[in-house]
Design a protein around this ligand. Sequence first.
Ligand code: NAD
Ligand code: GLY
Length: 383
Amino acid sequence: MEAGEEQADNTTTVRVDLAERSYDIIIGEDLLASAGHYLSPILARPRVVIVSDETVAGIHLVALQASLNAAGIDNDAIIVPPGEGSKNFAQLQLLLDRLLELRVERRDTILALGGGVIGDLAGFAAAILRRGIDFIQLPTTLLSQVDSSVGGKTAINAAQGKNLIGAFYQPRLVLADVTALASLPARELRAGYGEVVKYGLIDDFAFFEWLEENGADLLAGSTDALRHAVAVSCRSKAAIVARDEREKGDRALLNLGHTFAHALEAEASYDGRVLHGEAVAVGLGMAFTLSTRLGLCPSQDGERVRRHLAAMDLPIESGQLGLAGLTAETMLAHMRQDKKVSDNQLTFILANGIGRSFVAKDVGEDKVREMLQDALQSGKAGK
Ligand code: NAD
Ligand code: GLY
């Protein structure tokens, strides 16, 4: 399966084609340790500030800085606490203050070293500091390598909901080092896998079949499987983003399962009990259940999706998330805060089958409520 352009240095490059904002995603092994080599041609001047979290910095910062130093790239680092709690105004302000104290100039570059939290926070800071400075994504979780580091969505959370304050702001380069995933806790790797499966479900049945065959190897840490899955996922996301950078249409497909997932995460108050990719896994099941109940999708397809997610040890029922008191009404209330609400109408991503997803703007709330009531009552995303 062709997943991107193979390079002589054993990396795969996927291009995100956005006219003057185009950039490469380079996927390979040991890329953090050779980051200086890949960054030098891109930087407007050889000065960067690395933004990372305490956990990632403790493991990967030394190798990155050694590589930057060897390439003559002046660098500082700003370290924030790990976790979703850092995607807020207080951390953003601290980060901006620190960047200004370091006298970051317009031709300097921010390096986001970490998972989706760091990419979203540092990317948003880059978007607004001095009206925008360059940033480069160095994603270190599976979720960030296949999704959040690509496509330019940056944001922090608000009390009213997730990712409600942010900007579309594309990075100059993404370096996805699959060897960095070796230090990722197994639960985080699995959660990222929820987003990988999403690409098979949107429009790539063959990739879903490949995942059924190779998912276990991938989760066991096979670098070949990881490289292939990251490349296919990035190629798929790059194509969608190139068609619809600002989510006026097709890009909403990337939100398959996410309307439900964001409601589940909001219910957990983003406190770490429910990981984003775990909520997405449950949400994918709910999207297929809703599609089946609307008469759009054979029930076997939803069952096959849930079977695979469960085999990969991902949650498929809201009851597995430990959210006491979750009701259809609380979920609907969270969903009404979703960015995908337009004219008071929620957008859902539905499916005619595995690999055949589409955007639907005319789903009645009563149908969604019925599905949620049944799913929550039985503790299952689908019956
Ligand atoms: P994360 O950034 O919180 O990382 C998960 C945990 O893993 C953290 O504790 C982190 O310290 C640790 N970690 C990261 N890399 C590690 C490594 N290599 N070794 C050991 N530990 C490591 O979470 P995430 O799952 O990467 O991202 C979730 C965030 O991404 C959410 O805020 C979500 O909203 C956002 N997101 C954004 C987009 C987008 O398009 N911008 C898309 C999907 C998700
Ligand atoms: N993760 C959804 C998007 O980038 O559009």
